[in-house]
Design a protein. Structure first.
Length: 134
C-alpha cells in the first residue's frame, strides 16, 4: 500500500496541520490514533481508502482522508470550528510530496451532525485526494 503514496500524503497533511498556529490553539494535539488519556479537544487524521486509478499508463491513486474532531466539551461549535479550520488549512496548502504529486483534492462532505460518542462529541469530514507517482 505504500506504493500508492498514503504514508507520504499523511505525513504532508500532518505537517501542514501541525504548523498552523490557529488550529494549534484549538486542539491539544493532532493524531492518527489518539493516545490513551489524550487531552480534549483533539483532531484525528485517518486514511480510510486507497484506490488505484490507472489511466493511460499513468500511476494515479485516490486516497480518502477522514478528519475527526473530538471534544468532551458539550458544544457543537467546538468540534465544527476545529474541522472548519483544518479544512481551510488543507484547502490553502500546497502539499509537498517527494515521490508523488497531488493532482487535485476536494471536500466530499462535512458531517454537521455532532453526536455524542464514548469519548465525547465528534464531527468529521471526508477529503478525497488524487495523487500521481512521479
Amino acid at each position: 500500500m505504500s506504493a500508492l503514496g498514503w504514508k507520504e500524503l499523511q505525513a504532508a497533511i500532518y505537517s501542514e496541520l501541525t504548523a498552523d498556529a490557529t488550529l494549534a490553539a484549538l486542539v491539544s494535539g493532532i493524531y492518527d490514533h489518539a493516545p490513551q488519556g489524550a487531552e480534549s479537544p483533539y483532531l484525528l487524521i485517518n486514511m480510510t481508502e486507497s484506490v488505484s486509478e490507472p489511466a493511460l499508463n499513468v500511476d494515479i491513486s485516490r486516497l480518502d482522508v477522514v478528519l475527526r474532531a473530538h471534544s468532551d466539551v458539550p458544544s457543537r461549535l467546538t468540534v465544527l470550528e476545529i474541522i472548519e479550520r483544518a479544512v481551510a488549512v488543507l484547502e490553502a496548502s500546497n502539499l509537498a510530496l517527494s515521490n508523488h504529486a497531488v493532482i487535485d483534492h476536494w471536500l466530499e462532505g462535512v458531517e454537521a451532525e455532532v453526536h455524542r460518542d464514548v469519548i465525547g462529541y465528534q464531527a468529521e469530514c471526508l477529503i478525497r485526494f488524487r495523487i500521481q507517482k512521479q
